[in-house]
Design a protein around this ligand. Structure first.
Ligand SMILES: C[S@@+](CC[C@H](N)C(=O)[O-])C[C@H]1O[C@@H](n2cnc3c(N)ncnc32)[C@H](O)[C@@H]1O
Length: 181
């Protein structure tokens, strides 16, 4: 009986610790909390980026796929989501099938630094500043001039040499729109 109680006690400690970690871990690791952007804010971001059916919208760290799904369902564009976490990727995969968007949304499971994103016309990111900084050389190398970047919540730190211009900041929705120059 004592042995069972001890096991239950440690089981509870582990579960509570995992739940706490889920909420506080930074969102650039596979073990990060499942932070998501509200659909209203995604729509607003895609609207200010003027997404149309001609666009290819990437979400780098796409979680449950809500950004590429909204880009395809509501704006008619093509969506591409890259997500490192298996469970989030699987959730997105199921949602894409549920909405019958297989032809319009592509999901890739893995590290977005390992994928070429040069066909993107719009890139959506919800990543902490440290990761945005790390991402800069990749976007400057791969994205074409004029490609739009929508960053939710966090801003890119722009230096003089950077081929990036802040076009608009919607502080209410925490949406920052950039363009590759
Ligand atoms: C803050 S969440 C945003 C999720 C989604 N974009 C949204 O707006 O709802 C960041 C996501 O990026 C993923 N992520 C972080 N670093 C990554 C990387 N190097 N490659 C792929 N996914 C990554 C995390 O697993 C997490 O799901």
């Amino acid at each position: 009986m004592g042995f069972i109680l001890i096991n239950i006690f440690f089981g509870i400690i582990i579960v509570v610790s995992l739940v706490i970690l889920w909420f506080v871990w930074p969102p650039d690791s596979p073990w990060s909390p499942w932070w998501v952007v509200r659909t209203r804010q995604i729509r607003e971001g895609l609207r200010i980026a003027k997404v149309t059916k001609k666009d290819i919208v990437y979400d780098l760290g796409s979680g449950d796929g809500r950004v590429p799904i909204i880009a395809a369902r509501e704006f008619g564009g093509r969506g591409v989501g890259i997500e490192i976490d298996y469970i989030r990727h699987l959730t997105a995969w199921l949602k894409v099938r549920l909405y019958n968007l297989k032809d319009k949304v592509t999901l890739k499971r893995g590290n977005f630094f390992d994928y070429n994103i040069s066909d993107a016309t719009v890139v959506f990111v919800y990543l902490i500043p440290r990761v945005l900084e790390k991402l800069k050389p990749k976007v400057f190398r791969e994205l074409k001039k004029g490609t739009k970047i929508i960053s939710y919540k966090y801003k890119f730190e722009i230096r003089e040499k950077d081929k990036l211009k802040l076009v608009r900041s919607d502080t209410k929705n925490q949406i920052h729109l950039y363009k590759i120059t």
